[in-house]
Design a binder for this molecule. Structure first.
Ligand SMILES: Nc1ncnc2c1ncn2[C@@H]1O[C@H](COP(=O)(O)OP(=O)(O)OP(=O)(O)O)[C@@H](O)[C@H]1O
Length: 260
């Protein structure tokens, strides 16, 4: 039996004034899947993610997230869905005036959880999960390395134990080692918590090692949505450019060898 869908886009069209961004995009992501969203700059990846979060409304089409139709949700349903969705923005988007601890605690306090013992317990659990110690928790975001900022932002995104995690270029700005560590962390957390992930990424290693599905936006359309192996065999010029250059071939050769 198929798993329930975590994200369902049906015939999504998006215009900003008369500028077409998305033309008839449909896809279904099952619970527990990890989707890598790829596309050239300006192809509408961020807009699609903002639509899934509910920060932007498509011009046409139906968008269902965690079983609820986003456009028809009342305020209570919107709040509930927001609490079930964790977001990691590209630069971490931590509040610079708050310590790492208070950043991670922020969604709890916003929900009205003021029992400080409980808040401390929950924050410490998430800190441990992402591999940050209590010293890092007391620092301000500006005192952290790029990798630590991503971990702190991930802890904040996970604090309410979301069913859906949205990640915008989670490894951008990280050196290869910090990037690999972050991918390992994401994989471990996904195995433990089994959330669904939608992530904008151009990181070939993430697409190869982490994503169960890859979606490619080009020419305003979803030109491919499948496993990486199937996407690699598409003939579209953007796919050739992005997935079949020398660097990509080196990363994906291992995949082709592994899968015969
Ligand atoms: N709020 C907005 N109002 C008007 N135009 C917008 C708005 N948001 C995005 N756009 C336009 O929509 C198009 C898609 O933008 P979007 O940020 O979704 O692309 P992207 O694929 O995420 O790009 P990048 O990889 O550069 O971040 C762009 O032409 C952008 O200028």
């Amino acid at each position: 039996m198929n798993k329930p869908h975590a994200v369902e886009l049906e015939h999504i069209w998006t215009y900003f004034a008369d500028q077409l961004v998305h033309q008839d995009i449909s896809l279904c992501l099952e619970e527990g899947e990890i989707l890598g969203l790829v596309g050239a700059s300006g192809s509408g990846k961020t807009t699609l993610m903002r639509e899934i979060i509910g920060l932007e409304t498509p011009s046409k089409g139906t968008l269902k997230v965690l079983g609820e139709q986003v456009q028809e949700s009342c305020a209570t349903e919107c709040r509930k869905r927001r609490n079930q969705t964790g977001v990691l923005f590209q630069n971490g988007a931590l509040f610079s005036a708050l310590s790492v601890f208070d950043n991670i605690a922020f969604p709890l306090r916003e929900l009205g959880i003021n029992d400080e013992t409980l808040v401390k317990q929950m924050v410490c659990m998430k800190l441990a999960m992402v591999g940050l110690d209590s010293q890092a928790a007391m620092r301000s975001p500006s005192e952290l390395s790029g990798g630590m900022v991503k971990r702190a932002a991930l802890a904040r995104a996970l604090i309410l134990e979301p069913e859906l995690l949205l990640l915008d270029e989670p490894t951008s700005g990280l050196d290869p080692i910090a990037s690999e560590d972050f991918v390992t962390l994401l994989r471990q957390l996904h195995q433990e918590l089994n959330f669904t992930v939608v992530m904008i990424t151009h990181d070939l290693h993430i697409l190869r090692d982490l994503c169960s599905k890859v979606a490619v936006l080009a020419d305003h359309q979803l030109i491919a949505f499948d496993t990486l192996e199937k996407v690699l065999s598409c003939e579209h010029p953007f796919i050739k450019l992005f997935f079949h250059n020398h660097r990509a071939e080196r990363v994906f050769n291992a995949l082709e060898v592994n899968h015969g």
